[in-house]
Ligand binder design. Structure first.
Ligand SMILES: [Zn+2]
Length: 232
């Protein structure tokens, strides 16, 4: 327990005669050790085998402590791999490139929104190549639109990985706007290409008036394209 008065007394004594204080401390330590050492010697006499057991316990504890430091097979293999890479930097670079590709692929496969982001970006790049200046559509807006269709193809109703489909094709003057976007499976997307939506859709075996109605409801073509879409 902390005792301020005792601490001050000790500081006073130490300042007055430091050598005497240190001598006293050493003596106190010696007495403590002699008492407790004797206690242990008595314990050993009273309990035969305690010393051997203690030694055994200490040896066991040391073995457990050092067991983790022994190299595992994996660590040995890794060390050999590192040695090889140190000698062959080109192999190391190839390894790094491979894992960068793999981790990117894994991320792309497991994060639907990342996929959407890159698909949207690809559409914009395509438009830029045509000399247009598209505005970025946030992934959240596209995700919301996809959810309106239950994350299924707006045309055939199939589930799976959905692509961004412009109802009025970009090549036909369709806008890169959320009002022109529905989810589509890659089969429908490839099949439709730049055909007029309704004309193409009505000729498909999976045509559904209900789904067509839903597409019309969510898409809001800008003025001027209303007529073109109606005629298509
Ligand atoms: Zn489809």
């Amino acid at each position: 327990m902390y005792n301020e008065a005792a601490r001050l007394r000790y500081a006073e004594k130490l300042a007055a005669d430091p050598d005497a204080v240190r001598l006293r401390n050493r003596e106190a330590k010696r007495i403590y050790r002699s008492i407790h050492g004797r206690k242990y010697a008595y314990k050993c006499r009273a309990n035969p085998g305690i010393k051997e057991r203690r030694d055994l316990e200490r040896a066991l504890a040391r073995a457990i402590r050092t067991a983790g430091r022994l190299p595992s097979v994996a660590a040995l293999v890794m060390a050999e791999q590192r040695r090889y890479w140190a000698e062959h930097p080109a192999a190391k670079a190839e390894h790094d490139r491979h894992w960068a590709r793999v981790s990117w692929w894994l991320e792309y496969q497991t994060k639907p929104d990342l996929r959407l982001y890159h698909r949207e970006k690809a559409k914009r790049r395509k438009m830029q190549d045509r000399g247009q200046t598209p505005v970025q559509i946030p992934v959240s807006a596209i995700r919301q639109r996809f959810n309106e269709f239950g994350n299924c193809c707006a045309y055939c109703g199939a589930g799976g990985d959905m692509e961004i489909e412009h109802v009025c094709a970009i090549s036909k003057g369709g806008a890169h706007d959320i009002g022109n976007i529905v989810p589509a499976c890659s089969r429908c997307n490839t099949s439709k290409r730049s055909h007029g939506m309704e004309q193409w859709y009505r000729s498909q075996p999976f045509f559904s008036e209900l789904r067509l109605h839903r597409i019309r409801r969510v898409t809001r073509p800008p003025e001027g394209q209303q007529l073109a879409l109606a005629l298509a």
